[in-house]
Design a protein around this ligand. Structure first.
Ligand SMILES: Nc1nc2c(c(=O)[nH]1)N[C@@H](CN(C=O)c1ccc(C(=O)N[C@@H](CCC(=O)O)C(=O)O)cc1)CN2
Ligand SMILES: [Mg+2]
Length: 352
C-alpha cells in the first residue's frame, strides 16, 4: 500500500521507476480517475441565483428545495460506472465491512440501507453482527480481521454503540486507510489541522458540503452556524466549513442565545437532533438551511404511524430561507452516497 502510494507520487513527479504489470494496471487506474466526489464543482455546475440583500426577502420569498435524494442518485450512478470500470480494468471490486452491535431498530435500518446501496452499486459488502452485551475485545478482534482482509477496503462501526463500550477505543482500532467513516482520531485530527489532509471526511458533513456546492452556495467569507457538536456531524461539519473559509460558529446546549447567533448566519447547518428546534424567526432572510435532523414523531395519518421531522421547522423556513434541504430526502441519502464514494476512494488508493 505504502509502496504503491510512493510509486504513484514518483510518477506524478515525472520520475522514472520500475513497475510490475500489476502495478501498471493499478497505477493507471488510480492516476486516470480523479476522486469521484472531490468536493470540487461538478463540470455541469449551474449555480442558482445568489441570495440577494435581505431587503429583497421582505414578505414571502421563494425557497429552493435542495433535492438530496436526486443528487445522491446522480452520484450513485457515477459510482456504478466507476466500480464497473475498476473491475474491468484491474479485476478489483471495492469491499466494505460493517460492524453492527446490538439490535437498535434505526441502526439496523441504516445498516440494511448501506448493504443495499453496496449491492446496487456493485460494491462487495460484509456485515458482522454482534450481540448487545458483547465485549470490546470481541469487537476489536472482528475489526482486526477486517483490517487485515485485502478484499475489504472500507471498515465502519455503526454508531451509537451500547453504553458499556468505549467508543473512542473501538474507533481507534479501525485501520486508518480503511476508515471510510472518517471517525478515526487521526482522520478527525487531520481534518482539524491546517496543512494536513484527512484520508477520509465523515459522510454526513461531506454530503452537506457537497449539497451546498452543488446548489451554488459560496462558502468563503460567509457566516455559518452549526447547531450541535457531535463527533459524527457537528464537530466535523464545523471543521470542514472552516476549510472552505467560512466563518463558523457552533451552537450547543450551553450557548446563551442560540436564536440570536443563528439569525446572523448565511448558512445554517442544524444537527442537534431536536425536532423543529430552529423556528422561521431564527433565520436571516435568504439564509441557506441544511437540516441534518431526522426524528420520528407520532402521526396516525401516516402508514407507519410516524413521520420524520428535521431540526428546522420546515413550513416556517419556507419563504424565509433562500434554500433548504427537506427531511426526509435531503441530507440522509447523501450520507450513504458519500460512504460509497469513500469506499471507492479507499479501493482506488490500494494496490490490492
Ligand atoms: N458509523 C456511522 N454511524 C452513524 C452515521 C454514520 O455516518 N456512520 N450516521 C447516522 C445514521 N446514518 C448512517 O449511518 C444515516 C441516517 C439517515 C439516513 C437517511 O437516509 N435518512 C433518510 C430517511 C430514512 C428513513 O426513512 O428512515 C433521509 O433523511 O431522507 C442514512 C444514514 C448515525 N450513525
Ligand atoms: Mg434528510
Amino acid at each position: 500500500m505504502l509502496l504503491i502510494a510512493r510509486k504513484a507520487l514518483a510518477l506524478a513527479h515525472n520520475k522514472t521507476i520500475r513497475l510490475t504489470t500489476r502495478e501498471v494496471h493499478c497505477l493507471s487506474s488510480i492516476l486516470a480517475s480523479p476522486p469521484l466526489v472531490s468536493l470540487d464543482l461538478p463540470e455541469n455546475w449551474v449555480p442558482y441565483s445568489h441570495p440577494p440583500s435581505p431587503v429583497a426577502f421582505e414578505g414571502e420569498h421563494k425557497t429552493v428545495v435542495i433535492d438530496g435524494k436526486a443528487i445522491a442518485e446522480e452520484i450513485r450512478t457515477k459510482i456504478v460506472s466507476e466500480v464497473w470500470k475498476m473491475k474491468n480494468d484491474v479485476g478489483k471490486v471495492p469491499g466494505l465491512a460493517v460492524v453492527l452491535v446490538g439490535e437498535q431498530r434505526d441502526s439496523q435500518t441504516y445498516v440494511r440501507n448501506k448493504i443495499k446501496a453496496c449491492e446496487e452499486t456493485g460494491i462487495k459488502s460484509v456485515l458482522a453482527e454482534l450481540p448487545e452485551d458483547c465485549t470490546e475485545g470481541e469487537i476489536i478482534s472482528v475489526l482486526k480481521k477486517f483490517n487485515e482482509d485485502t478484499s475489504i477496503h472500507g471498515v465502519l462501526v455503526q454508531l451509537p454503540l451500547p453504553q458499556h463500550l468505549d467508543e473512542a477505543k473501538i474507533l481507534n482500532m479501525v485501520r486508518l486507510e480503511k476508515d471510510v467513516d472518517g471517525f478515526h482520531p487521526l482522520n478527525m485530527g487531520n481534518l482539524a489541522m491546517r496543512g494536513r489532509e484527512p484520508l477520509f471526511v465523515s459522510c454526513t458533513p461531506k454530503g452537506c458540503v457537497e449539497l451546498l456546492i452543488r446548489a451554488g452556495v459560496e462558502l468563503a467569507g460567509k457566516n455559518a452556524v452549526v447547531i450541535g457538536r457531535s463527533n459524527i456531524v457537528g464537530l466535523p461539519m464545523s471543521l470542514l466549513l472552516q476549510r472552505y473559509d467560512a466563518t463558523v460558529s457552533t451552537v450547543h446546549a450551553f450557548s446563551k442565545d442560540p436564536e440570536h447567533i443563528t439569525k446572523e448566519a448565511d448558512i445554517v447547518v442544524a444537527a442537534a437532533g431536536v425536532p423543529n428546534l430552529v423556528r422561521g424567526s431564527w433565520l436571516k432572510p435568504g439564509a441557506v438551511v441544511i437540516d441534518v435532523g431526522t426524528c420520528p414523531v407520532e402521526d396516525s395519518s401516516c402508514e407507519q404511524g410516524y413521520r420524520l421531522v428535521g431540526d428546522v421547522c420546515y413550513e416556517e423556513a419556507l419563504g424565509v430561507a433562500s434554500a433548504i434541504t427537506p427531511v426526509p430526502g435531503g441530507v440522509g441519502p447523501m450520507t450513504i452516497a458519500m460512504l460509497l464514494c469513500n469506499t471507492l476512494d479507499a479501493a482506488k488508493r490500494t494496490s490490492l
